[in-house]
Design a protein around this ligand. Sequence first.
Ligand code: 13P
Length: 252
Amino acid sequence: MRKKLVVGNWKMNGNRARNDVLLSALLEEARSEAVEVAVCPPFPYLDQVGRVLSEAGIALGAQNVSSFEAGAYTGEVSPAMLVDLGCAWVIVGHSERRTLFGETDETVLAKVRAALEFGLKPILCVGETLAQREAGNAELVVGGQVDSVVSGLGADVAAQLTLAYEPIWAIGTGRVASPDQAQAMHRFIRARLESAQVASSEVRILYGGSVTADNASELFAQPDIDGALVGGASLAAAGFSGICRAAAVVAA
Ligand code: 13P
C-alpha cells in the first residue's frame, strides 16, 4: 500500500518573515500520521524552514540540485549541501526548469543520478504542453520523459523514484486535470514503468497542477494518484493543510 505524499513547492516565493508565519500555521494544521508531507522552499530558506519542520514530522526538500558534486560551478548547489541542510527530497526536471532554464532529459537524468548517489529522494517531474495534448501526443511526450530517466538508471534503481505528473497546461492556471484525465496518465506511467521491468507497485506518482483543498479529494480517490505536488496552494497554510487532510481522509 503506497502512503500518500503531499509536497509543497514554494517556487520562488517567500521571505523570512512570511515563512515564519506560514510555518507556524502549518505546524498546527498539516500534521497527520496517515500522510507523508514535505515542503520545498527556495535554497536560501532551507535552513530556516528545515529547523522548524524537523520538530514537526514534515520533511524538507529542495526545488533543484546540481548534477556536480563540488568545485568550480558558480551558482550551483550540490546534493551533499542539500543533505547537509537536512533535505530528504529534491524536485528534479520541473517543467519550469525544462522550459525556462533549458534542462533537457540528459540534464534531468544527471541530476536524478546525483541526487540518488547522495541519498536524496528525487521527485521526477514529467508533463506535456496543451499543444502536445491537443495534438494527441501527451502519452508520447510523457512516456519519452519517463523512459529517458528509467533507461539511464536501470530498472532496479528506477524503482526508487517518485514521479510527479504535472501537465503544463494545469500549472498555475486554475485548470486542474480532471480526475479521469489524471488517473489515465498515472496508469499509463505505471504501465510504462512495468514495461521497463521497474517494480512499480511501490512507486508513488504524484499529480501536480492547480491542486487545491477543494479538488484534492477527487484526485486522491483515484487508484494511481498517490499524492500531490502543490504550487500556489502550498503558500497558504489553510489551503495546504486542507490538501493534506484530504489525503489523510482517503488514506484512512
Ligand atoms: P500550481 O499548484 O500552482 O498549479 O503549481 C503546480 C506545480 O508546478 C508544482 O510543482
